[in-house]
Design a protein around this ligand. Sequence first.
Ligand code: PLP
Length: 371
Amino acid sequence: MKIETIAVHAGHDPDSATGAVAAPIHLTTTFERDIDGAYSRGFMYSRNDNPNRQALEEGIAALEGGAAAAAFGSGTAAAMSILQALSPNDHVLAHTDAYYGITRLIRDLFVRWKLEVDFVDMSDLAAVKKALRPNTKIVWTETPSNPLLKIVDLAAVSEMAHAGNAICVCDNTWAPIIQRPFDLGVDIILHSTTKYFGGHCDVLGGILVGKIDNDFFKRVRHIQYSGGAVPSPFDCWLILRGMRTLPWRMRAHCENAAKIAEYLAQDRHVERVHYPGLTNHSGHDIAKKQMSIFGGMLSLEVKGGRNAAMNVAAKTKIFTRATSLGGVESLIEHRASIEGAGTTSPEGLLRLSIGLENADDLIEDLAQALG
Ligand SMILES: *Cc1c(COP(=O)(O)O)cnc(C)c1O
């Protein structure tokens, strides 16, 4: 089946008890035992498992082509469970331009628990090769990256990871549907489902999908239910509902973003545009190989630095000044000021999450804010 069909139907059988076409939400925390004390219907307690969570996990595993999935209360909780599955003195090699919440998590929490970590620019394959160590257990990729939209060659990096017996993780939050990491050798896919899966800025969630259901992934599932950072049944229901329209929303996000990137590239107030769909982008050729279209996110650097960028964000009328991404509404954000001390974001950089408004209206809004 093609991806649009999977997105609509995976995890969505009509309810066997009532015939309801829209799945019921099982708010229950606990489930009835059989007379002999068994749980023949498969559910015991909602931290361990719940029908809505199971449907979400089956749905997203099917969509990504994985063997198993584990859903969490946020993308960060999903990331944390991978790190918790490691042992002291294991080494994690991560992308310098990875989501700052995850780099912060590694630095602030896990270095204290004796994980070793190095950050390298993974768009530089020689740097990846040099930084791999005998105790490297995880190679953590993210592409396109945040906020510079750098492109990591997933096939090349996963091959290097495997040569050293490491697991290759891909944070695919920015490119669901349009990038298929398992086809490129990745072992575990992470999504912050808060973003494109939910799609409406109204639910937090995260998920890990394993290409195979091996011992490492079983440990992750164990951390999921014994650690308890699990999503509510209602949140699972919303995210699975979001998935049904995801392939079509992604097309529209990408189509709008491509038009806006073209516009910004010729605006005289703009220093640089970071969008992998532009032919002068440093990662364009690899993006063309590993993405079907180029995504709904882009960044621009405004001439005049921080103040000029803040002024642009202050003047937009359709774009909302807010963090996050992947919703139907377009968002604009001055990245350096939200990341704070230690940020590597250029001061003149604004990150745009392109929504589903008409691209011409969005361009007009940016033109008046820049002008
Ligand atoms: C938002 C985001 C996360 C973190 O997800 P939360 O749901 O906010 O915890 C991780 N990776 C990327 C690329 C993100 O954009």
